[in-house]
Every structure is written in C-alpha cells, then in structure tokens.
Design a protein around this ligand. Structure first.
Ligand SMILES: [Zn+2]
Length: 217
C-alpha cells in the first residue's frame, strides 16, 4: 500500500511537471494570439471610424471635420472630431446636442491593446488621434489629395490629434507599431521611426506630402 502511494505521488509530480512545461510553451503562444487578435480588432475599429470620416466629407463638400472646435457656442458642436462623427457610426447610440453627446461613445473608439478609456484627458474619450494636418487650421478637402491611399486619417495615439510636433503621441501598441487608417480606409502598421515629423510646430513640403498626399496649402 505504501509503495503504491509513493508511486502515485511520483506520478503526480511528473504530471505536474509536464503541465508546467506545457504551460510554459503554450502561454507565450496564447499571448501572441491575443495580441494578434487585438491588432486585428484595432484595425477594424480604425477602418469603421474611417468610413465615418468619409461619410462626413460626403455631407460637407469634401471637407474633413475639425480635430477640435474650441468655440462650441458659435458652432453648436462641442469640440472633438469623434463627437462630430457620432452620427455616422452605426453602432452609436449617441447624438450631438450642444455640449453633450447623449448616450455612449462607440466601442470602436477604443483600441483593445490600451488599458485606458480616456487617454486624451478628462473631457475626451478614445484611443485614436486624427491627422492634424488634414483636420486643423482649417480642415482640408479630400479633393486636395493626389492619392487617397497615401493620405493618413487616424492612428493609434495618446492625443485626439497627431501631427506637427505631436508625433510623440503615437502609441505603438501592436508589436512596436501603431495602426494607421488611410483616406481610402485601408489600414497599415508603422513604427515611430518610419514616420517623418518636425521637432517644432510646422512642416516641410516633404513631411506634409507624406502625411496628406498633397502639397502644403
Ligand atoms: Zn490599436
């Protein structure tokens, strides 16, 4: 009886050891699969949001929305691009009413690889930044782009708009890369070092063209 029990304990230890070894092999593979799924989900979010941008340009003579409208009293809108786009998201329950968005923001505003529901600050939401070159001072028209597949719309970011000297707000959340959706709504991945920018506010013709597929205004 004692020998049998001893043998059983050895067997148990062997089984535990095998489980530990298998877990050590499988867990990295599971994490990698989870990271890949997050990257794909993020790309879908960006693509869907990109469709919202393009729908907006269709309703506003080709112009992109402001990244941020500071004076909501005059415009009736309360700031950020994602509020202006709310009505174009099929999943959205919200609608713009002055300073407020009634309802909730769409889940597609949130990258599954981000832990934050609001990286932009207290009054903002989401994990993506719009191309500041296209949506600032004032917004540009889609008709300016010589190649829509080269114009950047939106990307993984830690600010509501990215560009100029704000490239540090790029969030490389997926294998050291950030997802970017272009004006034709295809998504690609870039490292920070792949993206040209000026260290100070402004641009060069090359940088502007890289971001917007058009010459500076
Ligand atoms: Zn992402």
């Amino acid at each position: 009886m004692f020998n049998k029990l001893k043998f059983t304990l050895v067997e148990l230890l062997m089984v535990i050891s095998i489980i530990i070894i298998l877990a050590g092999l499988l867990l990295p593979a599971l994490k990698s699969a989870k990271d890949k799924a997050s990257q794909i989900k993020c790309a879908g979010n960006l693509r869907q949001t990109g469709y919202g941008f393009i729908s907006y340009t269709g309703d506003y003579n080709g112009y992109f929305p402001y990244s941020h409208i500071p004076d909501w009293c005059k415009t009736g809108y309360s700031g950020y691009w994602y509020r202006v786009l709310t009505q174009y998201w099929p999943e959205s329950l919200g609608y713009i009413t002055g300073r407020q968005v009634e309802g909730r923001y769409p889940a597609s505003l949130y990258c599954p690889s981000s832990n934050s529901l609001s990286l932009y600050g207290q009054s903002t939401a989401g994990n993506y930044g719009v191309n500041a070159y296209l949506s600032c001072n004032p917004p540009k028209s889609i008709d300016r782009l010589t190649k829509v597949s080269s114009g950047i719309l939106l990307m993984d970011g830690d600010d509501f708009s990215i560009g100029y000297d704000e490239v540090d707000d790029f969030a490389a959340r997926h294998y050291g890369r950030c997802n970017i959706v272009f004006v034709d709504c295809h998504v690609d991945k870039f490292k920070k070092s792949d993206i040209p920018y000026t260290p100070a506010w402004g641009w060069t013709p090359y940088i502007y063209n890289w971001w917007c597929a058009s010459n500076p205004p």
